[in-house]
Design a protein around this ligand. Structure first.
Ligand code: ZN
Ligand code: ZN
Length: 467
C-alpha cells in the first residue's frame, strides 16, 4: 500500500500554510483528473495548426527553420514556460534542385520522382542509362563489384504496413544505405521504390547516407505506382533506359538550433526529465505529422503539468532542429548536456495516431514506477509492451548512455502513407487522437515528474533507431 503524502495539484492551495513536502507524489486521483482533463486538450492542436500555417515547411539549416525557431520561442513563452531559449549549432545543408525521371525506351513516359536528402547531383541534362532492378537491398548487396558500372540501380523492395512501424527499420534500408551500396558497385545513379505504404503518386523523400569514402551518386525515390510501373516494364524488356535529372547542392556551415523551454521543478536534486520532438521537417510538406504533432503533444502535456502545480522534477521540453537530415541537433544537445542530471527521456516522433503501447527503459529498482505508469495509462487503451524504450532518434543518445527512457508508441498503421511526402499536412492529424496523445504524455509526466523515488540510471543499452 502506497502512502501519498500530498498531490502536486494541491500544492499551490497549501503553499501559504506550511513548508512544502519534498516527496510529494501525484496520487492516482490527481493523475486521473489530469488524464481526463487532457482528453479535452486544445493546446496541442493550437501548436500544430499554428506551426504548419504560420511557418510551413522548415528544412534543417534553412531560413525557414530559423523562422520556426522564432515562432517556437514566442509560442513557448506565451504558454508560460520558463528559460525559453535557442541553443545554436551549425551544419551542412543539402538543397533540393530539379527532379525529373522519364523512361526513354522501350515505353517512353514520365515517372514521379523526388531526390533523397544527401543525394549526389546529376548534370543539368541528367543521366541517361540502363536500369537494373533489385527486389531487395540484400540482392543489391550480392551484386558483383563493378557490375553496375554506368547503370541506374533500381531497388523495388515493397514496404508492408505494420501497426508498430517496425517495417521502417527493415524496408527503410533501401533508402538509408541502398544508394551507398549501389555506388560501391559502380552505379551511376539509383532509384528506389518509395519507403511508403500508400498508392498515391507522391514519392517519399528522406535522408540517405553514403558510407565514408563513397562519393554520393544521384539517388531518388519513385512513387509506389511509378515504381510498380517501372518493374512491369523490366518484366517485359531487358533493356529499359531511364533519364534521371536530380540536381542539388550542399551549403556548408549553416545555422540551426534547438529550442528549449522548462517547467522548473521544486527539487533540483531530483533531476530533469527531457521530452520533445523535432521542429525541422522535410521541404515537401508542412510537416504536420512529422513532427509538428510531436512538438505539440509534448509541450501541451508539460503545460498541463505546469498548470496543475509545480512538479518535483524539472520538465524540459526540447524542440530539436535537424532530426531529418542527420541528427545534428540531437548530437549538439547531447554534447552540451550529457553531464547534466537528466534522469528520464522520451520523444514523440511517430505521427499523431493514438498511443497504443508504453515501453519502458527503467532500472530494475524502478519497477514499481513502471507498474504505476502502466496502470495509469491503461484507461487510455494503452497496453504495456515487453520491449525496451529507446526514446526516439533525438534522445536515444541519452538512452544509450544509460538514462532511463519511456516510449509512448503511436499507432503507425497509416503513418507511412504520408511520411516525408507532400501529403504530410494538418488535415492528416485527427484532433481526437491528438488529444489522446496529450492525455498519455500528461499521465506519464504526472507520475514521473512527481515520483518520490530516485529515477535510476539503466545499464543495459537501448537499440538504435532510424530517423
Ligand atoms: Zn520525425
Ligand atoms: Zn521524418
Amino acid at each position: 500500500m502506497k502512502t501519498y503524502l500530498l498531490s502536486a495539484a494541491a500544492l499551490p492551495l497549501l503553499s501559504l500554510a506550511a513548508p512544502l513536502p519534498v516527496l510529494a507524489q501525484t496520487a492516482p486521483a490527481e493523475v486521473k483528473q489530469l488524464r481526463e482533463a487532457a482528453l479535452q486538450d486544445d493546446i496541442a492542436w493550437d501548436i500544430a495548426e499554428g506551426l504548419t500555417t504560420e511557418v510551413g515547411a522548415r528544412p534543417a539549416g534553412t531560413p525557414e527553420e530559423a523562422r520556426a525557431r522564432d515562432w517556437a520561442v514566442a509560442k513557448l513563452k506565451s504558454l508560460g514556460f520558463k528559460n525559453v531559449h535557442v541553443e545554436d549549432y551549425r551544419m551542412p545543408v543539402w538543397v533540393r534542385g530539379a527532379e525529373t525521371a522519364e523512361v526513354v525506351a522501350p515505353f517512353p513516359q514520365k515517372l514521379f520522382v523526388t531526390a533523397l536528402g544527401g543525394s549526389g547531383a546529376t548534370p543539368a541534362e541528367g543521366i541517361t542509362a540502363e536500369v537494373v532492378r533489385f527486389e531487395t537491398l540484400d540482392a543489391l548487396r550480392a551484386a558483383p563489384e563493378g557490375s553496375l558500372k554506368g547503370k541506374i540501380a533500381f531497388i523495388s523492395h515493397e514496404m508492408k504496413r505494420t501497426q508498430d512501424g517496425s517495417g521502417y527499420g527493415y524496408y527503410g534500408g533501401a533508402r538509408f544505405v541502398g544508394p551507398s551500396v549501389a555506388a560501391t558497385k559502380g552505379a551511376a545513379a539509383v532509384v528506389i521504390r518509395s519507403v511508403g505504404t500508400d498508392y498515391h503518386r507522391n514519392p517519399h523523400t528522406g535522408q540517405t547516407n553514403f558510407a565514408e569514402g563513397v562519393s554520393p551518386i544521384p539517388a531518388g525515390a519513385l512513387s509506389v505506382p511509378d515504381a510498380e510501373n517501372l518493374a512491369r516494364m523490366l518484366e517485359r524488356s531487358d533493356n529499359v533506359t531511364l533519364r534521371l535529372v536530380l540536381t542539388s547542392r550542399t551549403l556548408e556551415n549553416q545555422p540551426s538550433g534547438n529550442v528549449v523551454a522548462e517547467v522548473p521543478g521544486s527539487d533540483p536534486k531530483a533531476g530533469i526529465i527531457v521530452i520533445g520532438g523535432h521542429l525541422d521537417s522535410w521541404d515537401l510538406a508542412t510537416g504536420a505529422i512529422d513532427n509538428a504533432a510531436g512538438v505539440a503533444i509534448t509541450a501541451a502535456a508539460a503545460k498541463r503539468i505546469m498548470e496543475a502545480g509545480q512538479p518535483r522534477r524539472t520538465i524540459r521540453v526540447v524542440w530539436f532542429g535537424s532530426e531529418e537530415t542527420g541528427g545534428f541537433g540531437s548530437d549538439a544537445y547531447f554534447e552540451a548536456h550529457k553531464d547534466e542530471n537528466i534522469v528520464l527521456v522520451g520523444e514523440s516522433d511517430f505521427g499523431a495516431g493514438k498511443v497504443w503501447r508504453v515501453q519502458t527503459g527503467l532500472a530494475e529498482a524502478n519497477k514499481d514506477l513502471g507498474d504505476r505508469l502502466a496502470r495509469a495509462l491503461a484507461p487510455l487503451g494503452v497496453t504495456r509492451g515487453q520491449g525496451k524504450a529507446n526514446a526516439g532518434a533525438d534522445l536515444s543518445e541519452f538512452a544509450n548512455a544509460g538514462v532511463a527512457a519511456i516510449d509512448l508508441n503511436q499507432d503507425g498503421t497509416l503513418y507511412f502513407d504520408y511520411h516525408h511526402t507532400p501529403d504530410d499536412t494538418l488535415d492528416k492529424i485527427d484532433p481526437e487522437e491528438l488529444r489522446q496523445n496529450v492525455a498519455a504524455w500528461t499521465t506519464m509526466l504526472s507520475i514521473t515528474a512527481n515520483a518520490p523515488e530516485t529515477i535510476e540510471r539503466v545499464s543495459e543499452k537501448a537499440p538504435a533507431r532510424q530517423p
